[in-house]
Design a binder for this molecule. Structure first.
Ligand code: CAA
Length: 261
């Protein structure tokens, strides 16, 4: 397995565990983290033994406290624009990954940290998690989805509140608002996230990809077009060998055995 400078990557059975690992900088996301996340997610996506990934932060304090402010401080506007800074998070970490991944948020998820958590298919938060988009306090705006994914996740009013004041919200508020799927005690976070990921990885892999794709359509299109896409995706997976097996297994009261075909 390749080794990384800013990530710990480990396969545990069918689950890839990716840990953002710059604890002294509260796992701030610099260019190396981005490049390595692109590589780690591509390796996860390409490995047929892997069915789901968990992304978390090292240390007790933070998932990630944002994009690396020290790296951004000296960059010019022209440099940000010419590099199309932050674009690979969406094109290579999000869009190129058809298998699901879960964010296990273990502390601060601020700015880019909140944004990476929102790139995941869902968020499991520890009870001490804190979410926010404090970019306004630095004289900028979110750049990796904070104004867009957050508005879709929690609605306009709370997204505006968070982006305009830069305040943090705790795990309870984030769950009430629909940002977070579940809250768990801090010492159980990784276990719970791994259990959810193992469950997903044990299910028919084509149906897993199809479910992810279908839910994501809801954020891209009208209801009518989305319902049509849903039926088409349903009809495609209904033609798989795993569908035949899954329905036979139900009728015969036994567990299914999946081929990914
Ligand atoms: N970038 C670079 N370094 C960071 C960082 C960041 N985003 N967040 C924390 N660090 C570093 C600190 O500079 C400090 O390093 P030193 O020990 O070398 O001084 C170390 O991590 C520990 O941090 P603190 O001493 O500040 O820890 P704290 O417990 O007092 O405070 C905190 C914790 C409230 C999270 C505070 O660190 C903080 O406010 N961090 C910045 C949060 C932020 O503004 N994030 C948004 C970044 S912009 C962005 O993300 C753009 C985008 O949309 C993509």
């Amino acid at each position: 397995e390749p080794t990384y400078e800013t990530l710990l990557v480990e396969t545990r059975g069918a689950v890839t565990l990716i840990t953002l690992n710059r604890p002294k900088a509260l796992n701030a996301l610099n260019s190396t983290v981005m490049t390595e996340m692109v590589a780690a997610m591509a390796a996860f996506e390409a490995d047929p033994t892997q069915g789901c990934a968990v992304v978390t932060g090292s240390g007790e304090k933070a998932f990630a406290a944002g994009a690396d402010i020290k790296e951004m401080a000296t960059k010019s506007g022209a440099e940000f624009f010419s590099e199309d800074f932050f674009s690979e998070w969406t094109s290579k970490v999000v869009k190129a990954t058809r298998k699901p991944w879960i964010a296990a948020v273990n502390g601060f998820a601020l700015g880019g940290g909140c944004e990476v958590a929102m790139m995941a298919d869902f968020i499991i938060a520890s009870e001490n998690a804190k979410f926010g988009q404090p970019e306004i306090t630095l004289g900028v705006i979110p750049g990796m989805g904070g104004s867009q994914r957050l508005a879709r996740a929690v609605g306009k009013s709370k997204a505006m509140d968070l982006c305009l004041t830069g305040r943090m919200m705790d795990a309870e508020e984030a769950e009430r608002a629909g940002l977070v799927a579940r809250i768990v005690p801090a010492d159980q976070l990784l276990d719970e996230a791994m259990k959810a990921a193992e469950k997903i990885a044990s299910l028919p892999p084509l149906a897993v990809k199809a479910n992810k794709e279908a839910v994501n359509v809801a954020f891209e299109t009208t209801l009518d077009a989305g319902l049509l896409m849903e039926r088409r995706i349903f009809q495609v997976v209904a033609g798989t060998e795993d569908k035949t097996e899954g329905m036979a297994a139900f009728v015969e009261k036994r567990p299914g055995v999946w081929k990914g075909k």
